[in-house]
Design a protein around this ligand. Structure first.
Ligand code: GN1
Ligand code: MG
Length: 349
């Protein structure tokens, strides 16, 4: 486990002998810990600055969104970062064990879920992500920093995938022939994205871009309180948020599952996502956008498949791998999920 530099804890006054630190969560990019001291609990995160090259941009986005919501939606429960003793939201430490760190209060009586186990939970989560975007509909999305350029730009991701096929590990390319073939043959999904980019009925809004259920806080009665993890909040299309919910709530098994015969789509989750999201966003979405719910799922699953496979072919430089071939497994898993979803197109859309 990566350590936390002492200066970071000192910056927040969390240095006593009674400070208890534990690793927390399962994110692939940032490191997260819980820190408890004197009966108070916090979440500490180290931002991966290889991925988020401008952590100040995240901090600025969060401050501005917090200020907007405080003014226009004062009842909205917003988990703001703890300001350090030097008045800053981020503590940046140079050197190998350094990085940019920030601290959040742990909301008492709240929990997050690793997986969605019921349609009610999916509905609650979808409502929260919809609510977040709706409450920010008067906020100028284009004024936000883009914290990862081209993050959900499917054309860019497809070009990066093709690039990996040119310059990546030749053995891995050869072994991936079947997946590559499938993904290239499904590139009409990229064409539809390009059409969406050119369609004025698809609006750019304040979009979360990481809508897995672990980014929703629930209370003890299993009602969702709010969304968290705002690092990838930036201008985007609703298909990113709805799509990543579909990608992560529909399947019976996680993206790490190797036994792909266990993969299936839970149809009740699909309806829960659409209904929960529309409960908040129904009046904001155009008729054309409402036609794109099913595509949203295809879009995100396909993008994740090509990102995982490109990373495998590039020797795991982005996601890392705990065992050889892990990103190949993840890509295969996403392809099976996409196939299972495609088979339900007539039923679901
Ligand atoms: C990354 O770090 P985590 O798990 O929140 C990735 C997402 C992927 C996800 C796949 C910044 O999210 O886009 O969907 O892995 N985030 C970034 O598990 O690349
Ligand atoms: Mg995240």
């Amino acid at each position: 486990m990566m350590g936390i530099p002492q200066q970071v804890l000192a910056a927040y006054g969390l240095t006593g002998p009674d400070t208890v630190i534990k690793a927390f969560g399962t994110g692939l990019i940032n490191h997260t810990w819980t820190v408890a001291q004197q009966g108070k609990k916090y979440i500490l995160q180290r931002i991966n600055t290889n991925v988020f090259t401008k952590p100040e941009a995240i901090a600025d986005n969060i401050s501005r969104i917090a200020a907007y919501l405080a003014e226009h939606a004062p009842d909205y429960f917003f988990v703001a970062p703890v300001i350090a003793r030097n008045g800053q939201q981020l503590i940046t430490i140079e050197g190998d064990d350094g990085g940019s760190f920030r601290l959040f209060p742990f909301v008492p009586g709240s929990h997050s879920k690793a997986v969605a186990t019921s349609a009610e939970q999916a509905f609650e989560a979808a409502r929260q992500f919809g609510r977040f975007t709706r409450l920010l509909s008067g906020f100028d999305a284009s004024s936000l920093h883009t914290t990862i350029p081209g993050f959900h730009d499917l054309s860019l991701r497809y070009r990066q995938f093709l690039q990996a096929l040119e310059t990546g590990n030749p053995d891995r390319i050869r072994e991936s022939a079947e997946l590559i073939h499938y993904l290239k043959a499904a590139s009409h999904l990229v064409d539809r994205y390009v059409a969406i980019q050119q369609d004025a009925h698809f609006k750019i809004r304040v979009t979360h871009h990481d809508t897995k259920i672990s980014n929703v806080l629930f209370n003890d009665a299993d009602k969702a309180l709010c969304v968290i993890d705002l690092d990838t909040v930036m201008p985007g299309y609703f298909i990113s948020d709805v799509g990543d919910m579909m990608r992560t709530y529909l399947p019976t098994v996680s993206e790490e599952e190797k036994n792909l015969s266990l993969m299936d789509v839970r149809e009740d989750m699909y309806h829960a996502i659409v209904d929960g999201y529309q409960q908040e966003m129904g009046e904001e979405l155009s008729a054309q956008e409402k036609q794109a719910f099913f595509y949203a799922g295809q879009f995100m699953i396909y993008m994740q498949a090509i990102r995982f496979l490109a990373d495998h072919i590039n020797n795991d430089i982005y996601y890392g791998a705990r065992y050889p071939g892990q990103n190949f497994v993840r890509a295969s898993n996403q392809v099976v999920l996409l196939q299972k979803l495609n088979a339900l197109e007539d039923t679901l859309s």
